[in-house]
Design a protein around this ligand. Structure first.
Ligand code: MG
Length: 418
């Protein structure tokens, strides 16, 4: 059997951990730059606030319904996520961390699986004050279905639900809307609905040949998974083949220095991600673009790719080549609204082939990068920077409602008065 543990309204629940008085109140977490809702507590959902709602449209609930608004605090969420994983590992050796708030557990070999998961849920709730839902079923796709049932009917299921008989599976499939199926995108959803299929059960009634023709091998696999035949085992995360950092600026910027600082910061962030997966890149691409919605302003966008003489994951090197790429495309005049750095063509860090004639900085920079990474992981992201990055941190994300880093920063610890 496979279990799926999933944090309920994860970001919103993380915010509530440290603010007891927010319990029972609607809570919304906003995307970068306080743009729109990316997580909602049940109370916020009950107010009819949809996912992706822009802040200005939900602001009025702050006064009328005591809505709490938080800027996304990914450092906090990442840390809580790690703690959930730590607890989960106590209950199962084979786990696949699927996303920041979801993990699959491969339970074969464990006895009393349902009770085991009930205990896990209780432990996370008691240890972290974080509500989760757990679904248990013979396949990953069915575990997702079971999880939704656990989440939707907490009173009936105690937030843990197991599909352990064909009778239960059949009932679940007949209840489950086809659009909520894992792997059914909008495109397939519209298509299957037009064929009169509305539930997961309807999906399983299509002949194999038809599903293969409509969705390829994925369709067949999904049918088998829904019928309880596991098609997907534990997947080992593959190193990424492309790493990019891209941002939209708060407003248009025409100044070279501003755009250069941003590009340098993005390059440095790409290099850090490369070091994390122990890869080096051969290509660095930079793109810049103006705001395409402001048609009364000069429109311009371009990109340029630089090939590195030697594969690298040094922030110093990658920033240097990103600057070269930027200098190729930057022109005076347009107001730039977005920029990004993309690194590609990876080689494993320990299998680098270096050029005979070009100077190789990798070995020289490695200890500096190591020191930088370890200090940044202790002190907070980008505390130690390159000189080409903004040392005064005049640039900041718009995060007016940011909660403290309670669990990762000593200075943000909660003080208890006894
Ligand atoms: Mg979730």
């Amino acid at each position: 059997m496979i279990a799926l543990i999933d944090g309920n309204n994860f970001y919103a629940s993380c915010e509530r951990i440290f603010n007891y008085e927010w319990r029972g109140r609607p809570v919304v977490v906003l995307s970068n730059n306080d743009g729109c809702a990316i997580a909602r507590s049940n109370e916020a959902k009950a107010l009819g606030i949809p996912m992706g709602e822009p802040y200005f449209k939900l602001k009025h609930f702050e006064k009328t319904h005591g809505l709490v608004v938080c800027s996304a605090n990914f450092v906090l969420y990442g840390d809580i996520s790690n703690r959930v994983v730590q607890i989960t590992r106590r209950y199962c050796n084979d786990i696949e961390v699927y996303s920041i708030d979801e993990s699959f557990l491969f339970l074969d070999g464990y006895s009393n699986q349902l009770q085991r998961m009930v205990d896990l849920r209780r432990d996370v709730l008691q240890g972290l004050d974080l509500p989760t839902s757990i679904g248990i079923a013979p396949s990953k796709t069915l575990a997702k279905v079971a999880n939704k049932i656990a989440k939707k009917f907490p009173d009936r299921t105690g937030s843990v639900y197991m599909l352990d008989s064909w009778k239960k599976i059949e009932a679940a499939l007949k209840w489950f809307p086809i659009d909520d199926l894992w792997g059914i995108g909008r495109r397939y959803n519209d298509k299957f609905r037009s064929y009169g299929a509305h539930t997961a059960w309807d999906f399983t009634q299509f002949p194999d040949g038809f599903l293969k023709q409509e969705m390829g091998i994925l369709g067949l696999r999904m049918k088998k998974e829904l019928l309880g035949e596991a098609q997907y085992s534990m997947s080992v995360p593959e190193p990424k083949k492309m790493i990019s950092t891209t941002r939209t600026f708060d407003t248009g910027h025409a100044e070279y220095d501003y755009v250069h600082e941003r590009v340098s910061t993005f390059a440095s962030e790409c290099a850090r991600k490369l070091r994390e997966q122990k890869s080096c890149c051969r290509h660095v691409t930079v793109f810049i673009m103006t705001d395409r919605f402001k048609q009364n302003q000069v429109q311009y966008s371009d990109s340029f790719t630089v090939t590195l003489p030697n594969p690298s994951n040094s922030s110093i090197d990658i920033s240097k080549y990103a600057k070269k790429a930027l200098d190729h495309i930057f022109i005076q005049g347009p107001k730039y609204r977005k920029a990004g750095v993309i690194t590609g063509t990876f080689v494993p860090e320990n299998e680098r082939m270096t050029s005979l004639f070009d100077i190789d900085n990798q070995e020289r920079h490695a200890p500096i990068m190591k020191a930088m990474d370890s200090m940044n992981s202790r002190l907070g992201k980008q505390k130690v920077k390159l000189a080409s990055m903004d040392v005064q941190t005049t640039w900041k994300m718009d995060q007016k409602h940011l909660s403290p880093k309670y669990s990762t920063s000593f200075y943000d610890s909660i003080i208890l008065k006894a």
